[in-house]
Ligand binder design. Structure first.
Ligand code: TYC
Length: 112
């Protein structure tokens, strides 16, 4: 990549002198992160949402209850931040679990 060829030449470094070692700065990029969110609805039981947060997001019962209440009151909440692949897996797991239990719970992801 062209960025890797950009030299961090200081004021003393002479262009073209093979005895001068010039550092390069490899351009690294962190992978984007994705927020996974739960959405409120009028039908999914509170205890089911708590169980989802414990099972798929590793929360304690107390943490899960608090986040569930936030979703219930505010309409949605971020329940975790992950790489694209992990976020997709979490969304699929929650959506499948809700569907199997015939609850309309919705889980979505969004680039941070
Ligand atoms: N609003 C639901 C109820 O009153 C509870 C609920 C909370 C549903 C969070 C979904 O993501 C949710 N039973």
């Amino acid at each position: 990549m062209i960025e890797n060829l950009i030299k961090m030449a200081g004021p003393n470094e002479e262009d073209g002198d093979p005895s001068v070692v010039v550092e390069t700065r490899p351009k690294t990029k962190r992978p984007p992160l994705y927020k996974v969110m739960l959405l409120n609805d009028d039908y999914t039981p509170m205890e089911f949402v708590v169980a989802v947060l414990e099972r798929f997001f590793g929360m304690t019962h107390a943490e899960a209850f608090e986040i569930m209440l936030t979703v219930h009151k505010k309409g949605l909440a971020v329940v975790g931040v992950f790489s694209h692949e992990i976020a997709e897996t979490k969304v699929a797991q929650v959506m499948d679990f809700a569907r199997r239990h015939q609850h309309p719970l919705q889980c979505t992801m969004e680039k941070e």
